[in-house]
Design a protein around this ligand. Structure first.
Ligand code: KG4
Ligand code: ZN
Length: 324
């Protein structure tokens, strides 16, 4: 019998549903919530209300796009956490109701594990190149910055993590400081392409081991902009691209310094990146180049699987990966 899994992701501000059949992704629908743009960050109450509105149409679209019969779904996987409580509750309640009515198993999935396992999503007629165990995964999203030693699909060890803000949060907050809407990460990436990364320099945090810190950088950037704008009210407008390139360069430098240390000390040469910030073109280019120079195998998920999506919420489907 076919194994058809419906995946649900609602941990933050994206409502997503995916259908995976016998280990292959057939559909992956994501509804972004534009409502947060004006606030410079996700407003939890608005996020959970938007999830409530989106969840049924998104699931419906995912089932239709996959061309499967709803009654043939054999299990439902959903994001258990971590994430915003109200947002998680919507996906969780929907999944429980769906499982109960259809008398199918309910599979809970850890959101961070799911980002790492996004490297193993399979699509028909597409060859995937995924990391081999054990590998190091730099997991960088809006809520997390971690270096994970991945020994097997469900055997992961966090060896370093941020002690305050996440890398994605640093992108978003610095973007907000220069008047860009949420989420600012993709916009910083876009404008950085036309800027000079060495125009402005910002101090790097001093944190032990493989841990990260981004809150100091965020504050330093805020004061720097405040002082420059006092001298020249047009400072941001005149320097937007260089500001974006410089802050992006600094965040990448901080991320890679600790990753390089972990590579050196563990001797692992399979390196993966996951989470929303893995969409960043500067991070991709810099790490691929480092990998080429150091004989490392570097893996980034396909662009559409970098930010939150339900295709990565597919724990059970790992069972179909026997031939990987
Ligand atoms: O993984 P994700 O969708 O949600 C969380 O689990 O947090 O990550 C969202 C984060 C946001 O902070 C967003 O600004 C950042 O990923 N992001 C980027 C880029 N695309 C998304 N940051 C830098 N460059 C990008 N191209
Ligand atoms: Zn995420």
């Amino acid at each position: 019998m076919d194994k058809i899994i419906l995946g649900i992701e609602s941990s933050c501000d994206d409502t997503s549903a995916a259908i995976i059949k016998d280990g292959y992704m057939l559909s992956n629908i994501i509804a972004n919530q534009k409502v947060h743009e004006a606030y410079g960050g996700v407003v939890p109450e608005l996020a959970s209300r938007a999830h409530q509105q989106n969840i049924i149409p998104v699931v419906d679209q995912a089932i239709k796009a996959a061309g499967v019969n709803k009654d043939k779904i054999s299990g439902i996987a959903f994001t258990r956490g971590p994430g915003l409580l109200g947002s998680l509750l919507v996906g969780n309640s929907f999944a429980k109701g769906f499982a109960l009515v259809n008398e199918i198993p309910l599979i809970e999935v850890n959101h961070l594990q799911a980002h790492v396992l996004a490297h193993f999503i399979k699509e028909k007629d597409k060859e995937i190149k995924h990391p081999k165990f054990p590998f190091l995964c730099l997991l960088v999203s809006g809520g997390h910055s971690q270096i994970i030693k991945v020994n097997d699909y469900f055997d992961m060890e966090i060896i370093g993590q941020t002690i305050d803000d996440a890398a994605g949060e640093a992108f978003d907050k610095c973007a907000k400081t220069i008047g860009l809407p949420y989420p600012g990460g993709p916009l910083i990436d876009k404008y950085a392409k036309a800027g000079n990364p060495t125009t402005f320099t910002f101090t790097r945090p001093k944190v032990k081991g493989y841990d990260y810190s981004f809150s100091g950088l965020k504050t330093a950037f805020l004061y720097f902009i405040r002082d420059r704008v006092k001298e020249n009210p047009r400072f941001i407008k005149e320097n937007r691209d260089d500001l974006c390139a410089s802050i992006q360069f600094t965040i990448i430098d901080i991320l890679l310094k600790k990753l390089k240390l972990a590579i050196k000390e563990t001797g692992i040469n399979e390196i993966a990146v996951a989470g929303g910030v893995s969409a960043n073109s500067g991070l991709r280019n810099t790490l691929f180049e480092y990998g080429r120079n150091q004989n490392l195998n570097v893996y980034f998920p396909e662009f559409k699987f970098t930010t939150d999506n339900a295709a990565m919420i597919f724990k059970l489907n790992i069972l179909f990966h026997n031939n990987c």
